[in-house]
Design a protein. Structure first.
Length: 185
């Protein structure tokens, strides 16, 4: 089951435990809403604040996992001691489109510039200029996509450095806890 969280339904997330614990669901994915492309230009900010996210998501994930359900969710906000890792740099993650375009980062699907294409069932590098020439996937703020399209998620110290980094949306936290078993003697 996937639950997409925005500021409009965030208050209902804590109710999900009681709803799903007896439905036989094996995996629950908490998806943070991402405003991109045309939808990002609509009025209103549907992003969940850092304060609300950190106070609620890990707790709800743990409560649901206690029922034996595997819970996944994007980390979003990194602690000071955590190292930012971009899936486009640390793993072979690709976004493949029906037209054969292949992107390393989902930000680039909003642009017609891609690093790879699939031709004759093979992944082929595209000629220059492509997404690798325009987007550095390693920046002080963490996720380049977030900085470009959701900059309101960021805040900076007086010296201009980011207060925190935003995690890569492709790298998820996963939690699973075996529920307690009752034995009869």
């Amino acid at each position: 089951m996937i639950y997409t969280v925005s500021d409009k339904n965030f208050h209902e997330l804590e109710l999900m435990e009681n709803l799903i614990k007896n439905l036989g669901i094996k995996r629950f994915f908490i998806q943070v809403i991402g405003m991109r492309g045309k939808s990002s230009k609509n009025s209103g900010n549907h992003q969940v604040s850092k304060k609300n996210w950190l106070a609620t998501i890990p707790k709800v994930a743990q409560n649901i996992a206690a029922h034996g359900i595997i819970v996944s969710y994007p980390k979003v906000f990194l602690d000071d001691n955590e190292i930012f890792q971009c899936a486009g740099n640390v793993a072979d993650n690709y976004f493949i489109f029906p037209n054969g375009r292949v992107y390393q980062c989902p930000i680039c699907e909003d642009f017609a510039m891609h690093s790879f294409e699939i031709r004759q069932n093979r992944l082929i590098s595209t000629p220059k200029i492509n997404e690798q020439d325009l987007f550095n996937l390693t920046i002080p703020e963490g996720c380049v996509m977030n900085k470009m399209i959701q900059p309101k998620n960021l805040s900076y110290k007086k010296n201009g450095t980011p207060e925190y980094k935003i995690a890569c949306c492709m790298l998820k936290e996963e939690m699973s806890i075996e529920p307690p078993h009752t034995t009869i003697e």
